[in-house]
Design a protein around this ligand. Structure first.
Ligand SMILES: C[S@@+](CC[C@H](N)C(=O)[O-])C[C@H]1O[C@@H](n2cnc3c(N)ncnc32)[C@H](O)[C@@H]1O
Length: 224
């Protein structure tokens, strides 16, 4: 059994190794040999599906160009790059230094996007910056610890403006065999787990979609 420190260390080592082997495949397993164009187009697709369809909840009347956006688990910059084309400023964090190195290359020429390696469980690396919207997709589904995921939710609460949205996806499938040592299959959440976590962390869990599925999406609004 790993202690929390060892678990974070394992997440960082495993994701660095995946990033060195084939970052783009592990970021999006739909293909093993992504071209730049295809890879970044798939990030645009994520933004089209999860962001552009939901601008009322995300922007709440603000001009996207005036908004600061946080992305947790930015990987090789696939979605970060598309977010930077839409919002005024984008900031990403990732536990893997190798992913961050590749994300910086992907974001060259986009001065409104910055990415940082973090410790795998909090946003201390960002200090006290305030964000208008926070997003995380296909990241928490890989995290084998409820404590780590809840730590991120508390940290987003610390940095999000009151009323702002944290839209993120967790693993909802309880039929999978997960273990604290497995950094690929993350710990599952039931609807009740999600609601209770929101309440403990100061959010209203206004919408949930995909209960019981791999793509269990949560809309947490920071209570004013
Ligand atoms: C499947 S990739 C997705 C990357 C990006 N969200 C995208 O959609 O292109 C998962 C990413 O989550 C990162 N990750 C895994 N565990 C993490 C943790 N505890 N904290 C921060 N990032 C983590 C990995 O390093 C990897 O870059």
């Amino acid at each position: 059994m790993l202690d929390p420190e060892q678990q974070l260390d394992k997440m960082r080592r495993d994701w660095d190794e995946r990033a060195r082997q084939n970052a783009r495949y592990y970021v999006n397993t739909a293909k093993e040999d992504w071209t730049d164009e295809e890879f970044f187009r798939s990030g645009e697709q994520t933004v089209a599906e999860e962001i552009l369809t939901d601008m009322i909840n995300i922007c709440q009347g603000k001009d996207p160009q005036q908004m600061r956006v946080l992305e947790i688990g930015c990987g090789a910059g696939r979605v970060t790059r598309a977010l930077a084309g839409l919002f005024g400023e984008v900031c990403g964090v990732d536990v893997s230094g190798e992913m961050i190195r590749q994300a910086r290359a992907a974001l060259a020429g986009r001065p409104n996007a910055r990415v940082f390696q973090n410790n795998g469980m909090d946003l201390g690396v960002l200090g006290g910056q305030v964000f208008d919207f926070a997003f995380s997709s296909i990241v928490f589904q890989h995290i084998p610890s409820r404590e780590v995921i809840e730590s991120y939710v508390r940290e987003v609460h610390r940095l999000l403006r009151p009323g702002g949205l944290f839209k993120f996806q967790v693993q909802g499938d309880f039929t999978l065999q997960t273990s604290p040592e497995d950094t690929w299959l993350g710990v599952p959440f039931s609807d009740q787990d999600a609601v209770e976590m929101a309440r403990r962390c100061g959010f209203e869990p206004r919408y949930r979609h995909g209960v019981g599925e791999q793509y269990f999406w949560l809309w947490f609004f920071k209570l004013e």
